[in-house]
Design a protein around this ligand. Structure first.
Ligand code: CIR
Length: 265
């Protein structure tokens, strides 16, 4: 008898609005974004998720929310619950509604309440440990509130000092069971003692952001030097174009929420 053949992931994505031109920017100067090109990059990203066996659930773009494609910032997925964030940028707080509806069909929901703020891009979940970047978006109050919200699920929450970047996952993501890809100039790596660290190429400071689907990694094509490092490590990399979305300070993890499909109800 044949076993299940599909990849056990469900990815939730959201479309690119024309209003992305008016996105939030923290570290970059505003430059024109080619919306059609951004949409075609996004389509390639979704096709890559699908080619890796992901089931993809799409939420329509909302023109009133220029950053809505960066759905990762609105929620985090844990074992047993999804936690709706309270984004640090006030312009992004109205993005939650349709994401809440989509996630609520799969998982019990909990909500981070004011005055706490936190963006999902600041949250790196490694097993039962949750690391949160102390960024301009995620506050110490947010960390305390999240710790209280998830304690009964067995998670521990820890803040991580950051500098010169938007989110924790701009600076470090997981690329293997015990391996992280990081830009040590942007993040204090001491909290990650026990994990192996692969460093980005110094000429590609933004290259630490990777989507990991078990053994398969999705990484932006515009980081060839860091890609070489991943490949030299024996990792399986699927490059996707992401240059237009990068002008909005977005990267690959930002464009999806990933649930293990067997946990989705
Ligand atoms: C923002 O500043 O909120 C958006 N322009 C970019 C968000 C990128 N999200 C992410 O890295 N998780």
């Amino acid at each position: 008898m044949e076993g299940p053949t599909s990849n056990p992931w469900l990815a939730i994505t959201r479309g690119v609005p024309s209003s992305i031109q008016g996105c939030e920017l923290t570290h970059l100067q505003r430059e024109p974004i080619d919306v059609e090109r951004a949409r075609s990059e996004h389509a390639e990203y979704i096709a890559t998720l699908e080619s890796l066996g992901c089931r993809v659930q799409r939420i329509a773009a909302d023109e009133a929310h220029p950053d809505c494609v960066f759905i990762e910032d609105t929620a985090i997925i844990l074992r047993g619950a999804a936690i709706m964030m309270r984004p640090g940028a006030t312009s992004r707080r109205g993005e939650l509604g349709p994401v809440r509806d989509a996630l609520g069909a799969h998982l019990p929901l909990r909500q981070l309440e004011a005055p706490a703020t936190m963006d999902g891009g600041d949250v790196l979940v490694l097993g039962m440990r949750i690391f949160v970047g102390l960024s301009t978006r995620s506050t110490p109050e947010g960390i305390t509130a999240l710790a209280n919200l998830v304690a009964d699920l067995g998670y521990q929450v820890q803040g991580v000092p950051l500098r010169d970047c938007l989110h924790l996952k701009s600076a470090v993501t997981q690329v293997g069971p015990d391996l992280l890809l990081a830009n040590p100039a942007w993040v204090d790596l001491e909290p990650f003692a026990g994990f192996g660290i692969l460093e980005v190429d110094p000429q590609e400071p933004d290259a630490a952001n990777v989507v990991r689907l078990d053994t398969e990694l999705i990484h932006a094509t515009h980081f060839p030097r860091t890609r070489e490092r991943l490949l030299a490590h024996g990792l399986s990399v699927h490059p996707v174009p992401a240059g237009e979305l990068a002008k909005a300070e977005g990267a690959v993890t930002c464009c999806s929420l990933l649930l293990e499909d067997h946990e989705a109800r």
